[in-house]
Design a protein around this ligand. Structure first.
Ligand code: FES
Ligand code: FES
Length: 156
């Protein structure tokens, strides 16, 4: 079985898996990073969104062999020294979830948005979050939270 050296949440790690193993499965089944969620498995829902080299990517569509040394960031990497990321704080403050299943993907997509567009308009944020579905319909509160984190100068 080939060995892959990955950089996940700032830490080097290795996994022995087949080349076509999905990044989503590597994270959840091999690295115990179960914050990243399986939803549709077809690139449609965004619940599996992680950052790959700072860009939002659906990890159900990325094979481990495509990752290379691009840093992978998951929801587990958002907090620093036990302190929540400003986006997480804002999601909590606005109650931007109901069941929470979409939340990790939403947070990562929002982080990518704010690192590219630190002060998005509501419309820009809505468009950027288009690929992330929330079955609970918390979209309004999710946008409120993202815009508040942007106002507070979210760290990228
Ligand atoms: S599980 Fe990846 S987009 Fe739905
Ligand atoms: S909070 Fe339930 S899917 Fe979004």
């Amino acid at each position: 079985m080939p060995r892959y050296e990955l950089n996940v949440n700032g830490k080097p790690t290795t996994v022995d898996v087949q080349p076509n193993t999905l990044l989503l499965d590597v994270l959840r089944d091999h690295l115990d990073l179960t914050g990243t969620k399986y939803g549709c498995g077809e690139g449609q829902c965004g619940s599996c969104t992680v950052l790959l080299d700072g860009k939002a990517r659906k990890s159900c569509l990325v094979a481990v062999s495509q990752v290379g040394q691009q840093p992978v960031e998951t929801v587990e990497g958002l907090q620093r020294d036990g302190k929540l990321h400003p986006l997480q704080e804002a999601f909590l403050k606005h109650g931007a979830f109901q069941c929470g299943y979409c939340t990790p993907g939403m947070l990562m997509a929002a982080k990518a948005l704010l690192s590219e567009t630190p002060k998005p308009t509501r419309d820009q944020a809505r468009r950027a979050m288009n690929g992330n579905l929330c079955r609970c319909g918390a979209y309004g509160r999710i946008l409120d939270a993202i815009l508040e984190a942007a106002e507070g100068g979210s760290r990228a």
